[in-house]
Design a protein around this ligand. Sequence first.
Ligand SMILES: Nc1ncnc2c1ncn2[C@@H]1O[C@H](COP(=O)(O)OP(=O)(O)OP(=O)(O)O)[C@@H](O)[C@H]1O
Length: 268
Amino acid sequence: MTPSVASRQRSSPLPQAVQDTLHQRFKMVVPADPVASPAATTSPSTDPMVVLKNLTKTYRNGSQALVNVNLRVNRGDFLFVTGPSGAGKSTLLKLLYGQEQPTSGEVIVNQQSLRQLKGNRLAMLRRRIGVVFQDYKLIPRRTVAENVAFVLWAQGFTRKEIQRRLQPTLKMVGLQDKTHRFPDELSGGEQQRVSIARAVVGTPPLLLADEPTGNLDLDNSRQVIKILKKLNSIGITVVVTTHDEQLVRLSNHPVVQLRHGYLHYLRS
Ligand SMILES: Nc1ncnc2c1ncn2[C@@H]1O[C@H](COP(=O)(O)OP(=O)(O)OP(=O)(O)O)[C@@H](O)[C@H]1O
């Protein structure tokens, strides 16, 4: 089922409430939170959000997923990571949010080395990174609203705050009329938009999207990229992996390419 033209049009401007929350978040200084460090209050353009230094990942079975990767993503950037299947794209993102550990080298997110973060502090950092997956990873027996609200509930947000954030976020992705639907009642594009809503409802400063358009047709893919760009336009740093060269060509954002674990700059 393809989303209607009307629903696409409804997804246009980012609601003021979401923008306000994001601006609020970026101004905040919460020393206990590894992402919201004092650096978050300084200039948005040259402040690094992500730095990878000589990063190498070899899995236990000997697969060399990444080889000596160096990369810097500034706060507010939108970066495409391209490359063929098996090139190391997913591994790169997994290292960024601490799901995998590097074999050597360093991952720095907002001036915090992930190597130094353990237990609660690593969990806190991961909460502040929104992640979107190719296969959506929605909870099947929960409605759209419940899927999105769940992350806030798990982070201890009050019922009132959850209510305040829910509708503007669902409106942003054009799903305000599908609040009570279950995932299997939605199209692939709609399910991916639920997963984007879930990733950003906690207003993360960094959003990682791993092949978010991998299961979608061109029309839905463009719509997803449009939403990601909209989120980027209000200050969220976005890193998107894709093997879809056409999508990348349609955009003017910086592009890096992974090939056999080696990173090459294609467009900066
Ligand atoms: N958990 C793992 N254990 C062992 N090898 C792995 C593991 N995950 C990935 N690999 C290997 O590491 C390499 C990079 O895989 P990765 O999933 O990062 O590539 P990718 O570019 O995301 O591929 P795709 O586009 O197909 O998802 C591949 O050779 C893969 O087989």
